[in-house]
Structures are given as C-alpha cells and as structure tokens.
Design a protein around this ligand. Structure first.
Ligand code: GLU
Length: 416
C-alpha cells in the first residue's frame, strides 16, 4: 500500500535526522504536532438540508514563531494529511528563515459541487470552530488548494465579528482592499519561477532555450508558467485535473488561461495535442514543475521522468523512494519546501504590513521576495555541496530547516 502523507513526512524527517546525527528524543518531538483540532462543521445547504463536514487545524511546531499555513478544501483531506502539511510548513518557514512555525487546516469537502453561499457558510462555521486556537500571534491561516482570497475575507470577517473590531492580521492572502498584500496572488508561482531560473543559470542553461512542463494550472502553476514565459522560456505543456495539453512550439499562457476561464479546462485548446497527466510528467523537457497535488512522482514513474530541473510547486509531489531516483536522474531538484515558499514569504510580508498598518507597493514586495528566494536557494545549494552525493536535494533543504528549528528549541529549552 502507498504511504500516507504523514508517513512520508515522518520518513523524510527520520532520514534527514540520521544524516545530521540528531538526538532520537528530538526526532520524536518533531514527528508529533504540537496540537491538532478536529472539528464538526455543520452547514445548511441551499436546498435546506443540513450537511456535516469534518475539518482540522494542525499546529506542528511553534518554537520559531506563530503557526502559519493554508486552509485546504478537498474531498481527500484527512487528519494525517493536514499534520503532514503542517510539518512541511515548519520546514518551509525555517528554510527561508521567516519567523513562523508550521500550521495547516483543511475540510474534507468538494467545493466544486458547492455553491458560493454554501462555501461561505462552511468557511464561517469552520472559522468559528477553530477560533480558540487562532490569532495574529498564535496561528495565521492562508489559502491553499481550492481556497482563495474571497474565502480569506470570510475568515477575516468572522474572526473580526467575534472580536468586535477588524483584525486584518488574522489571515493572509486576503484581497488587497481588506489589508492583503500586493503581489500575494502571484507570489507562489513567482517564487517557483525565480528558483527555476536560478537553477537554470547554475546549469549554464539559457532561459530562452528552456522547455518547461507544468502540471496543474491553478494559482501556482498558472503564475509560474506566465512569469517563466515572460522571462523567455517556452511552456510546452500544461495540465489541470482533467488532463493536459502539449505544443512543442510553445503555448501562449494567457490564451490558455482565457480558454480555461471560458470552458473550465485547458483541454480543447486550439492547436495543442492532448496528453494525460501521467504522460505530461514524462515529457522530455528542461524544467518540470509539478504544481498540482501531492504524491504524483512515485517509484512507478520516476524512472521515466525526463527533465533536467524539477521545481516542486505542489506540496509533497514526490514520494521518498522516488526522491532517490529523481536525484540521480535530474541535475537539480528544488524541493517543495524551498520551491513553493514564495507564497508564505509574501504572506509574511502581508502580516508585517497588517501589524504595521503600512502597505508596500508591488515592486517592493517582488524585490524582497526575490532577495529571500535567491538567498535561500544559494544556502540550500551550499548545504547540498557540503553533504555530498549521498544526500538528496530534499535532505539538504530539510537539514538547513531542521538546524534552525533545533537551534530555536535549544535556545528556548524544554520546560519544565
Ligand atoms: N498554502 C501555502 C503553502 O502551502 C501558503 C501558506 C501561507 O501563506 O501561510 O505554502
């Protein structure tokens, strides 16, 4: 049986802890989340019926600061997955050195089959349920799979109503009009594009010669594709949950986006050949960006992946067995905790702006994002060099993150 995301996350931690010679008790401490809340979310559906959903908020490790992480609405959300995603947030915030711990929330539901009003009631009831454990100093949610700025507005409004005054810093990824940050929407994709560009430069590859394949055409995949194509790369294939399209001469990303907005999918785009999501991952290319869901690169298909660089836009797209194979096959693998950290980095800027009541222009946001992404990319590269061939790229990124988390833990000490 395939491993669940929590088993994968724990395995990654154990493997890395071994390389670093970490104390066993410390590893046990980091394998467990600080706190997990499981909540019942009853919703009055549009037809008058009551439907009960199950939601979670996991807080993995708070030694470096308040918990931070998105809220996911997806039918396959489970407690284990939410904990794994929270753990990855701890490493992600540490690898780019922003002062947060890891959190994540989710509700098992299918938002594609729900009306906007039903999603609003679901969001408000869920926010009310997790209210005792969130605050701008404690745990700050954000968007994740199938949640967006509108959902964040409802989180912010619900929390503010209970407080009796507006609390913009309770959530990030809000609309700019409510205290959101300029540049937040494109930030995860922009971060992916920045590290992909840096990796290409390291390999002596010109971006204008690079052929890019993107799995997933949501917020992350679309913006990564758009920005890379603006920088001269050729986007030869993209996909969404229904399947993919391939055009060797390069897709016009904006036109694909318009087509998806019109028809609901990238499929049927003029002049492109259709490919399945599995075939898409195996296309020969220079840069592969898995930016859909987790667990798509496994030991079953890793051997057939044909890319020089992988930049993981999604959280957890590669299983541990596949990691080893990818490390041998690809010249440079940029693991999720680094590659997709642009979102939480700009979330951090948003929170800072909210707390200061002073807002930045987009140039400043993008420039500061770029600075952190490049610095972190270079730091991971350095650790990878120090650890040598036996360590994977993921080991390198994770060990940098773990070092920072462990340092904070040691400085604080174990109470009592
Ligand atoms: N959901 C995003 C992630 O997985 C963003 C989290 C945030 O901004 O807090 O990194």
């Amino acid at each position: 049986m395939d491993e669940n995301p929590l088993q994968i996350a724990q395995k990654q931690l154990e493997e890395c802890a071994q390389i670093m010679n970490l104390d066993e008790g410390l590893v046990e401490y980091l394998k467990e989340p600080d706190r997990v809340m499981r909540v019942k979310v009853p919703v009055r559906m549009d037809d008058g019926d009551i439907k009960v959903f199950i939601g979670y908020r996991a807080q993995h490790c708070g030694v470096r600061g308040p918990y931070k992480g998105g809220i996911r609405y997806h039918p396959e959300v489970t407690m284990e997955e939410t904990i794994a995603l929270a753990m990855w947030m701890t490493w992600k915030c540490a690898v780019v050195d922003i002062p947060y711990g890891g959190g994540k929330g989710g509700i098992a539901c299918n938002p594609k089959e729900m009306s906007r009003r039903e999603i609003e009631r679901l969001t408000r009831r869920y926010t009310t349920a997790i209210l005792p454990i969130i605050s701008p100093d404690q745990d700050i949610p954000a968007p994740d799979v199938y949640t967006n700025p509108e959902v964040m507005s409802w989180v912010m409004d619900t929390y503010s109503i209970f407080k009796g005054y507006s609390v913009p810093g309770i959530v990030t990824g809000k609309p700019v009009e409510l205290g959101g940050s300029r540049g937040r929407i494109s930030s995860t994709g922009r971060g992916v594009a920045i590290v992909a560009r840096e990796a290409a430069t390291r390999l002596g590859m010109r971006l204008s010669d690079a052929r890019v394949v993107v799995q997933g055409f949501g917020n992350v995949g679309y913006h990564a594709a758009k920005i890379l194509s603006e920088w001269g790369a050729r986007i030869i294939a993209v996909s969404d949950s229904r399947g993919g399209i391939y055009q060797e001469s390069g897709l016009n990303v904006e036109k694909v986006r318009d087509h998806k907005l019109e028809t609901g999918s990238v499929l049927g785009f003029d002049g492109a050949r259709e490919v399945s999501n599995e075939e898409l991952l195996e296309l020969e290319c220079d840069i592969l960006i898995p930016a859909a869901l987790g667990g798509v690169i496994t030991k079953k298909n890793a051997d057939r992946i044909n890319a020089r660089i992988i930049a993981e836009g999604a959280n957890g797209p590669t299983t541990p067995e596949a990691d080893r194979i990818m490390d041998e096959k690809c010249e440079l693998v940029i693991p999720d905790i680094l590659a997709n950290s642009g979102g939480v980095i700009v979330s951090y800027f948003e929170w800072v702006q909210d707390l200061n009541r002073y807002f930045w222009d987009e140039e400043r946001v993008n420039a500061e994002l770029e600075k952190i992404m490049i610095r972190s990319f270079n730091e991971v590269l350095k650790v990878k060099r120090e650890l040598g061939k036996d360590a994977t790229w993921r080991n390198a990124a994770l060990s940098l993150a773990l070092k920072r988390v462990v340092k904070a833990f040691e400085l604080r000490g174990l109470w009592p």
